[in-house]
Design a protein around this ligand. Structure first.
Ligand SMILES: Nc1nc2c(c(=O)[nH]1)N[C@@H](CN(C=O)c1ccc(C(=O)N[C@@H](CCC(=O)O)C(=O)O)cc1)CN2
Length: 299
């Protein structure tokens, strides 16, 4: 069931720092001082990196208790001010996020619409806390679907020669719609290294194989030729290195020798959409910690 959060009252604190005793104690102490109830808390002390990662869901009790605003940007700003000394003390990367502020996700698609369709449905019914301000495609196949959802659709054709202009148009739309994250819902064009760098950790792609197997084009043909007994999908952050970005979520299903590459592709659509929608939701809910080439996911 979708969780309805209240603006400024329901917040998420995310923190990563070198591991040492006292971090949770310090954070929960500030929560107590600020009249916050801890409604969920997950942490991971990574033995391979020596880092400590924390995700805490907090609710401010009362309406403006002790004169503090319970809602709105002021609520977030004063909570950030309150937690700042703890962040400083532990040398942490941290932030406080308003759970009621929907993540603004621009979705890109080419000619396969199953991931787009699943994401739009889940966003519409509140299962995923995102707003989709625009859909961009290098084809016109899903203009009707966008219209049904009442979402602006931008056809931005791409050829080898027009890629720079197409990406400039994309950048204009990112700025116009104040986009937080780009979701590539089976968008089949390679993004430039510059855009990947500018949007590092903010572009999510669904690749239709269990990476690192079967990178690049036609992964189901590669899988068929290898005689696989499971197929799957990988949602990952996008980097300049094609299909090499940090993995967020994977899903799979069993198959056998009877399926052709086309039938494998058909069978894979369900797991692709499931993995993609979970990855976008976890990202929007600040559950994904991106550290180097790996992720920690508090799901
Ligand atoms: N910089 C990146 N861009 C994209 C990534 C990525 O990881 N880094 N993922 C892809 C999605 N993808 C596989 O999941 C993929 C898309 C496109 C291609 C490709 O060879 N595209 C050709 C054009 C193909 C066509 O016109 O149909 C190209 O861009 O020249 C391979 C893999 C999304 N982008």
């Amino acid at each position: 069931m979708p969780v309805t959060a209240e603006p400024g009252r329901d917040v998420v604190l995310t923190l990563s720092s070198p591991d040492r005793p006292g971090i949770v104690h310090a954070v929960s102490g500030v929560a107590l001082e600020q009249g916050l109830t801890i409604t969920d808390s997950q942490q991971f002390a990574d033995p391979s990196s020596g880092e400590f990662h924390l995700r805490m869901e907090l609710r401010r009790d009362g309406d403006g208790a002790q004169g503090r605003p319970a809602t709105g940007p002021a609520g977030i700003a004063d909570l950030r001010a309150a937690f700042a000394p703890v962040g400083e003390r532990f040398g942490a990367q941290w932030d406080v996020h308003d759970r009621a502020e929907p993540h603004r996700v621009l979705v890109m698609v080419s000619r396969m619409g199953h991931c787009l369709n699943d994401l739009l449905f889940r966003a519409r019914n509140g299962q995923i806390p995102i707003t989709v301000p625009a859909i961009v495609s290098n084809h016109e196949d899903f203009a009707d679907l966008a219209a049904w959802h009442g979402i602006p659709f931008h056809h931005v054709p791409v050829t080898r020669d027009t890629k720079p202009q197409a990406e400039q148009r994309l950048r204009e739309l990112l700025a116009k719609h104040d986009v937080d994250t780009i979701a590539l819902a089976r968008y089949m064009q390679v993004l430039s290294p510059q855009l990947c760098a500018d949007m590092s950790g903010r572009i999510i792609n669904i690749h239709h194989s269990l990476l690192p197997s079967f990178k690049g084009a036609r992964p189901y043909t590669q899988a068929h030729d290898r005689g696989v007994k499971v197929i799957g999908a990988t949602a990952h952050y996008v980097t300049a290195d094609l299909d090499e970005g940090p993995i967020i979520e994977q899903d799979f299903r069993r198959v056998d020798h009877r399926l052709t590459p086309e039938q494998l592709a058909q069978a894979g659509q369900e797991v692709e959409a499931a993995a993609f929608s979970r990855a976008v939701r976890w990202h929007a809910e600040h559950r994904v910690v991106l550290r180097g080439g790996r992720t920690v996911v508090f799901n």
